[in-house]
Design a protein around this ligand. Structure first.
Ligand code: GTP
Length: 779
């Protein structure tokens, strides 16, 4: 019997490690302290799922694809994603008590650091059932430092819920995440949370969604009361009033009353709701021809006669095609509005088979999945979250990793139910699985059933396009698109307490890198020290913290430094020869090349490579690759300070090769020659320029502006948002070290800020000289 095969065991959350980062800060000292105090509650016990839920597993192990929803929750820091997720798990029966972020006992924020800091650092996947639907929910972090984590999740999601603080409307990070969701064409629903909060305004929040997100909000609900008076909502589609009232001393929001809105029970609200419904019908008819035909044909005289059952599918169509976004409201903290949100998720967001996945035709029924997250569990080793796109995944089976070109064995397969992992015998397409035993798989890898299956799919893909692919192109075409990994902007050295501990540190860094591709680790060629490169101060701080806590290695961090870039202001030309005899063989190459400035749209360390006409035609593929490798390696270390070079084009003017010269010698000579040419040009240091958004109450605005002026900041605009001012501008990263502490002091802990890389800009001569002197130890 299926049930007997289910072995249930508890995951000790503190042993499960994981990862993420970014740079946005909230001044929530009180909350952090509360989190620390609540350490005693960290081991909240979820040892048994309610009996009914265990039974329901029989049906939900492999539900029909149409009944699956892979959903992400995304938002700005503090909008209430974690609180909303907790309520969702509670109402769907997967937890027995309500977790509280402020008490540090939520299910999804399970890393110790998260509980202490009261923030969501890494996204945790949670599976649950709601009214016959299987929902896989990913709680994503709201900090800019963790943008990559958000994007990685968006890649595997079919729909998302954007949670807003109704008193703040659209905030900085929401914009970033919204753009990411646009990029991945993820249909969305908006949830205006915190309707109970002082300053909450449904209309202002809607206006800001319309203006800032440039989208069309579909008002499916109206709030009944705002701020302290918030009691419930009107379902505009069904014209029902939904009220949460405490039942027998319990205020957990499980019970609520849904009743038709009538002239008798609330005439004013009825008029308001009728207007909202008519506007909604017109708006949807404008966006959907099928619905427009229906309305024009049967209901043109009286929209009131249009039944909810006819409106729902039209709303679903415009949501799925991202022509508009349904908006709902509530207060997760006060336990209002979450169940209708769950209904909307199942009703309006797509199932896996409604999303376009072109490559699926090549895999047919063979297994194809994307590893979108790796966690390290001390007992069970790496736990890999896999979104299965086609075929079936089974424990005790081998799978082939296309990126790593290796075959591995899955020992067990788990479903992540709240904070328990349930062992399952198989999982089919559309689901999100947790695979145990994959030791080589990293975040972003594509997993298939075997190498032969990958090749068969490659042949189908090749045939489809009517051309023969080169071997590596075949493989590439079968990879599920990964996530763009942003360049780290901070770095610092990291050392173990003794040389003997270095292997342990290396092992820890290896594991952390598999989890988090935005963490880069390199060896300083001059000092031999290990260097950590990350996305923000918080990123590096958390990595260091995890190495200590989870891997037991005491570490010493060097001072945090900025990742500058270098470029040139005019062209430079150089010639170089490398002539070596190894054994009996002579390797000799002479190169002449020119470097010149070449502005690019994006700040990328990707060289533009050109060839003089006569060279290109005669050049063998292997030598072309050797030349380009040489140029790329020269780009990694600029002539001024050894930072990567950008916005420089290289033209290979001439190349003389002695027959039999190895490609390694060619690469080395080209690399040296590029360095020589760069030195001949006028060089320039580029510094990271950050987009900054500070939200502050009016009283503190002037001191914050004065401080930014001293930081070489430039202010683009100051917006008003409720009682707050939002300062939007840009500032060099070098001036933002320790800004969270300064901001906390300047604003008595009330301000928040978001920082995100804009681009790299030239330093002025004075600052550049000061930097060069500092780096050479002269100042
Ligand atoms: N008034 C009010 N406060 C809320 C509501 N929902 C959450 N909060 C509070 O807002 C704060 C942030 O809530 P979280 O759920 O941690 O928000 P988050 O979006 O997960 O935050 P990060 O993980 O740090 O990005 C906490 O103090 C919550 O108690 C709500 O509906 N109303």
């Amino acid at each position: 019997m299926m049930l007997t095969k289910l072995r249930k065991f508890i995951v000790n959350r503190q042993k499960v490690s994981s990862w993420h980062v970014n740079h946005m800060c909230s001044c929530r000292t009180g909350m952090i302290l509360k989190g620390l105090i609540s350490q005693a509650f960290l081991r909240r016990n979820y040892s048994s799922l309610p009996e009914n839920d265990i039974k329901s597993l029989r049906s939900i192990i492999n539900p029909p694809m149409t009944k699956i929803r892979n959903i992400g929750i995304m938002a700005h820091i503090d909008a209430g994603k974690t609180t909303t997720t907790e309520r969702i798990l509670y109402y769907s029966g997967y937890t027995r008590s309500l977790g509280d972020v402020d008490d540090g006992d939520t299910v999804t924020d399970f890393m110790a650091q998260e509980r202490e800091r009261g923030i969501t650092i890494q996204s945790a996947a949670v599976t649950f059932d709601w009214k016959g639907y299987r929902v896989n929910l990913i709680d994503t972090p709201g900090h800019v430092d963790f943008t990559l984590e958000v994007e990685r999740c968006l890649r595997v999601l079919d729909g998302a819920v954007a949670v807003f603080d109704a008193s703040a409307g659209v905030e900085a990070q929401t914009l970033t995440v919204w753009r990411q969701a646009d990029k991945h064409h993820v249909p969305r629903i908006c949830f205006l949370n915190k309707m109970d909060k002082t300053g909450a305004s449904f209309n202002c929040a809607i206006d800001s969604i319309r203006e800032k997100l440039k989208t069309k909000p579909l008002l499916l609900q109206l709030p009944i009361g705002e701020a302290k008076a918030f009691r419930g909502l009107v379902d505009v589609v069904t014209m029902e009033k939904v009220i949460w009232t405490p039942v027998s001393n319990s205020d957990d929001g499980k019970q609520f009353v849904r009743e038709p809105l009538t002239e008798l029970n609330d005439p004013e609200l009825l008029t308001e709701a009728k207007e909202a419904r008519n506007a909604l019908i017109e708006q949807v008819a404008d966006l959907d021809d099928e619905f427009a035909d229906l309305v024009l044909g049967e209901f043109i005289e009286n929209f009131d006669l249009l039944p909810a059952e006819k409106l729902h599918p039209a709303i679903r169509r415009v949501t799925m095609t991202q022509r508009a976004v349904p908006v709902l409201c509530g207060s997760a903290l006060k336990n209002k509005g979450v169940q209708p949100l769950l209904d909307a998720i199942t009703m309006y967001l797509p199932s896996p088979d409604e999303r376009n996945s072109e490559f699926l035709q090549w895999y047919k029924d063979d297994l194809c999945g994307l590893a979108f997250k790796v966690l390290h569990d001390k007992q069970r080793g790496p736990l890999v979250f896999v979104r299965i796109y086609s075929g079936t995944m089974k424990p005790q089976s081998a799978v082939h990793n296309i990126n790593g070109n290796c075959t591995e064995r899955i020992s067990r397969l788990l479903l992540p139910f709240a904070d328990q992992h349930i062992e399952i015998p198989s999982l089919t397409a559309g689901n999100i699985a947790l695979a145990v035993g994959l030791k080589q798989t990293s975040t972003g890898d594509t997993i298939v059933s075997s190498k032969a299956s990958a090749l068969a799919a490659a042949r189908r893909a090749g045939r489809n396009e009517g051309k023969i692919h080169r071997k590596n192109m075949e493989t590439e075409s079968l990879l599920l698109a990964g996530v763009e990994i942003p360049e780290p902007v901070f770095f610092c050295t990291i050392e173990p307490p003794s040389v003997g501990k270095q292997p342990e540190l290396d092992r820890a860094l290896n594991c952390l890198q598999r989890e988090d591709p935005s963490l880069k680790v390199r060896l300083d060629p001059d000092s031999g020290q290990t260097v950590l490169c990350g996305m923000g101060e918080l990123h590096i701080e958390i990595i260091n913290d995890r190495i200590k806590r989870e891997y037991g290695v005491e570490t010493f961090l060097g001072p945090l430094q900025i990742a500058y870039r270098e470029t040139i202001l005019n062209s430079g030309r150089a010639t170089d020869t490398l002539d070596r005899t190894l054994g009996e063989k002579r390797h000799s190459v002479t190169v002449e090349l020119e470097v010149r400035p070449c502005a690019r749209e994006k700040s990328e360390v990707v060289p533009v490579i050109e060839y003089a006409e006569n060279i290109r035609e005669e050049l063998l593929q292997e030598f072309q690759e050797a030349i380009e490798n040489g140029i790329r390696s020269a780009y990694l270390q600029g002539p001024l300070l050894g930072f990567p070079v950008q916005d420089v084009a290289v033209t290979l003017c001439s190349l003389t090769l002695h027959p039999g010269t190895s490609t390694t010698v060619v690469s080395a000579c080209v690399s040296r020659c590029v360095q020589k040419a760069l030195k001949k040009a006028d060089q320039q240091v580029l510094e990271p320029l950050m987009n900054l958004e500070v939200t502050v109450t009016g009283d503190y605005l002037s001191s914050i502006l004065a401080d930014l002026a001293q930081r070489r900041g430039s202010i683009q605009e100051i917006q008003s948002r409720q009682d707050n001012k939002v300062v939007v501008g840009s500032v060099p990263l070098a001036e933002m070290m320790g800004y969270s502490t300064v901001l906390r002091t300047l604003s008595s802990g009330t301000a928040t800020f978001a920082l995100e890389l804009s681009n790299y800009q030239a330093m002025n001569l004075q600052d550049q000289n000061a930097l060069l002197s500092r780096r050479s130890g002269l100042a």
